[in-house]
Design a protein around this ligand. Structure first.
Ligand SMILES: [Zn+2]
Length: 397
């Protein structure tokens, strides 16, 4: 096999290729890779015997090749086990985030958007690790919320009278993205109970404008009709969660090309973990089913859906959750090609990452998965090889 060093070329024979654009898997393709870039993609004959020149050739004819993955909603400071929000020493936080990064990479996730924590640990990690490790991180740092409302574990409260735009002004340098919490959490007692928005449409619009001046995109935690409607009206980049947003909001997302990150795994975990037959289990299951219906509609409308897991939330493990989130997207009717797109090219577009698609001229960042496309997503637990910009990563962590 090729050394995999970027700059050194090699030929990859793929049994199947899913390119990240949303189109179906294609059979028997030969990728020419050089300088960290996919130079050419050609079909090769089904009858072709084993490649003639073993040097510089990777034979993956029994495998499916897909782009490296993007998880567009994680919390690097939390690990899914310890109680989120408990203050950590800098060393403990660093060790935990390194471990989370290793788990992500071993599942083929090479880019993440960090959706914040109260101490701004994810942003500190993103700044420190920039360029030094394989994981690419875009962090929202501390999210804004109103005092007494949900969001304390994700950021800081803005006193009444302090607008998010004014709060951002003081710290626009050093930020990579902006996050606002504009609703509460899903109720596990009353199905679909909507919480009041935390900010006005005008406040959100002013924040979007000042963020844009600093080159920053705004992501909004919002469940329910009114919290989502205000965010869409304000021109935000993405809606996070978006449970119970309703049909009009879904149509508005499609019209305005606002991204949606539906984070299915945490509510699935709630449904699985609550005592069988309990009210909590029932409400969580109905909430998940409702979200799957919304997703199915979003797919028909052409909403840009990016995969995000909320990894770090209770019971939601970094890396592993991507497999489950992809399975749930497919349960909502996404084809395997569409699910891979949500987990690669769409996420890369949302977050501004390189890679995310496999076409001539694109970065050669790809996963070699055992078996055919029908084994996705479970084959993400059996990744044979990972390449980042043409360079092979060791799978031994
Ligand atoms: Zn989150």
């Amino acid at each position: 096999m090729a050394s995999g060093k970027s700059g050194v070329g090699f030929t990859l024979f793929a049994g199947w290729l899913i390119d990240g654009t949303g189109r179906p898997p294609r059979r028997n393709l030969r990728l020419e890779i050089a300088g960290g870039i996919v130079r050419e993609i050609h079909e090769f004959p089904r009858t072709q015997a084993s490649p003639q020149t073993p040097h510089g050739v990777l034979d993956a004819r029994d495998c499916t090749v897909i782009p490296t993955l993007v998880d567009s909603h994680v919390h690097l400071a939390f690990d899914g086990f310890a109680s989120a929000g408990a203050a950590l020493s800098p060393d403990a936080a660093e060790a935990r985030m390194r471990q989370n990064a290793a788990r992500l990479i071993s599942h083929g996730v090479l880019s993440v958007r960090d959706a914040g924590d109260a101490q701004g640990l994810g942003l500190a990690f993103a700044r420190k690790s920039a360029g030094s490790g394989p994981l690419r991180v875009l962090s929202a740092g501390q999210a804004f919320h109103r005092p007494g409302r949900y969001g304390a574990i994700l950021g800081r409260a803005l006193s009444p009278g302090v607008s998010p735009a004014a709060a951002l002004e003081a710290e626009v340098q050093g930020r990579q993205a902006v996050k606002v919490v504009n609703s509460g959490l899903n109720s596990l007692v009353a199905f679909g109970r909507e919480t009041a928005p935390q900010f006005s449409a005008e406040e959100l619009a002013a924040l979007v404008r000042s963020s844009a001046l600093g080159g920053l995109a705004v992501m909004v935690h919002a469940n329910g009709i009114e919290p989502v409607a205000r965010a869409v009206l304000a021109g935000v980049r993405s809606i996070e969660h978006g449970f119970f947003m309703g049909r009009e909001n879904l149509a508005a997302l499609a019209d305005a090309a606002v991204f949606w990150v539906p984070t299915l795994v945490p509510i699935h975990v709630c449904a699985e973990r609550a005592p069988a037959g309990s009210r909590e289990a029932l409400v969580a299951r109905r909430t998940l089913d409702h979200q799957l219906e919304q997703l199915s509609r979003a797919r028909r409308l052409g909403v840009k859906v990016a995969l995000g897991t909320d990894a770090g939330s209770p019971g939601v493990l970094h890396g592993d959750a991507v497999v489950e989130e992809m399975r749930l997207l497919m349960e909502a009717g996404f084809s395997v090609g569409e699910a891979v797109a949500a987990a690669s090219a769409v996420g890369a577009e949302l977050c501004g990452f390189q890679g995310g698609g496999l076409r001539p001229g694109a970065e050669a960042s790809l996963l070699v998965l055992e078996g055919g496309p029908e084994e996705i997503p479970s084959s993400l637990r059996r990744i044979r090889r990972i390449f980042l910009a043409g360079e092979e990563l060791s799978l031994r962590q």
